[in-house]
Design a protein around this ligand. Structure first.
Ligand code: TPP
Length: 386
């Protein structure tokens, strides 16, 4: 990587345990400070108040996650992809970006969407099945949730190439998972990004599992090493260390803005919950692994760090808890009272112009809905959602 930093390509180090060779860290799992020559200068300006904000954001998005999971269990959401354990990776990265940087997320970056300013009910609407996206991509500079694994990396690379052509100074960031790095789209996007020196950050959250597929099965080298094969500098960072993730993303952002081209960040973290609420992780992973990672909890770590510095007290904790309570209440209220869309709007925004196949489908669906006319009970159309 840039600056002579070496990527460790020993398969034995790909377990994700930290500290380990090649993983940059600033706050250890017990909350003590770690020296890192590359990252430390990048966050030298971050004071206790800013760190407290990062902590508060993490507590809030964990609360969003718990509330959404509960709502799914209560039948109010069709599905939810938990971010439990990945709060530092989401908050540290998004807080390193400028407003005009464009984000290309997967389906799991709901914490990122929240920090970007998306409304809570909007974020939930996709998971309730009420809308294709819960925010206006152009208002928040954040694309719609991407379910097709890796596809958003192509969009990000193309957008970044466009930024260069337009002479813009902003950047694109693609969020992706460890599993996505096995996907052809991701490799194609890295080829283009490297060839055109596009201002794009590939931010990979290595949460160790692609549904039931462990990362060790997919890659015999650390994932950041894959980027090196394209000539893209890669950096492995402790993804449960919010300060280190903030620094790593600033590193990549500075490279992009200075014309140095793409970067790849492997944030080594862990998905502590299921893949989605439709998944049962106890069928494919052991409790010991979960316990090991619970001891590296990203929120407990920054909390311990703040307490150690005297930067967090009971009043501070109470303020954070109150913010989380308010967000949870708003989320619940907004979800439960969300109006159902007109069923026919499902055909909107598919094509920009008329399309004969879509016209036929629209007609069939209208006839199908008309078949319920006698029932006059909208509950019949909606099934047993509540
Ligand atoms: C092209 C494609 N293939 C398969 C799937 C089914 N699928 C959904 S999530 C997933 C695993 C993704 O794992 P990873 O990239 O590590 O992200 P994570 O869910 O762990 O955040 C798969 C295979 C899909 N959505 N798209």
């Amino acid at each position: 990587m840039q600056g002579g930093e070496k990527i460790v390509l020993d398969p034995a180090t790909n377990s994700g345990d930290s500290p380990q060779p090649g993983i940059h860290q600033l706050i250890a799992a017990d909350g003590t400070a770690v020296t890192d020559a590359l990252l430390a200068p990048l966050v030298a300006d971050v004071d206790d108040a800013q760190l407290l904000d990062l902590y508060s954001d993490m507590v809030v998005i964990r609360r969003i996650d718990f509330e959404a999971t509960a709502l799914q269990r209560q039948g109010q959401l069709a599905l939810w992809p938990p971010m439990l354990g990945q709060e530092a990776a989401q908050i540290g990265s998004v807080r390193a970006l400028e407003k005009d940087d464009f984000i290309f997320p997967t389906y799991r970056e709901n914490g990122v969407a929240y920090c970007r300013g998306a409304k809570l009910a909007g974020i939930m609407s996709t998971w309730r099945g009420s809308a294709n996206t819960g925010w206006d991509p152009y208002e928040f500079n954040m694309a719609t949730p991407q379910i097709i694994i890796g596809a958003q990396t192509l969009h990000a690379a193309g957008y970044a190439m466009g930024l260069t052509m337009d002479g813009k100074e902003s950047l694109a960031i693609a969020y992706l998972g460890d599993g996505a790095t096995s996907q052809g789209d991701v490799h194609e996007s890295m080829v283009f990004a490297a060839s055109f020196q596009a201002p794009v950050i590939f931010f990979c959250q290595n949460n160790h599992w692609a549904i039931s597929e462990p990362v060790r099965l997919q890659s015999h080298v650390p994932l950041a090493g894959r980027a090196a094969g394209y000539g893209i500098p890669g950096l492995r960072v402790d993804g449960n260390d919010v300060l280190a993730v903030l620094a790593a993303t600033r590193w990549a952002a500075a490279r992009a803005r200075s014309g140095a081209g793409p970067s790849f960040i492997e944030a080594v973290t862990y998905r502590m919950g299921p893949h989605t609420t439709a998944d049962d992780p106890t069928r494919y992973r052991g409790v010991t692994e979960l316990e090991e990672w619970a001891a590296k909890d990203p929120i407990a770590r920054v909390r311990a760090f703040l307490l150690g510095r005297g930067a967090l007290d009971d009043a501070g904790e109470a303020a954070v808890a109150a913010r989380a309570d308010a967000v949870a209440a708003e989320l619940r209220e907004g979800t439960i009272n969300m109006p159902d869309p007109d069923p026919m709007t499902v055909f909107d925004n598919v094509y920009t112009s008329e399309h004969s196949i879509l016209d036929r489908q629209r007609e069939h669906y209208a006839r199908y809905l008309a078949g319920f006319a006698g029932a006059s009970d909208t509950a019949t159309l909606e099934g047993n959602r509540s």
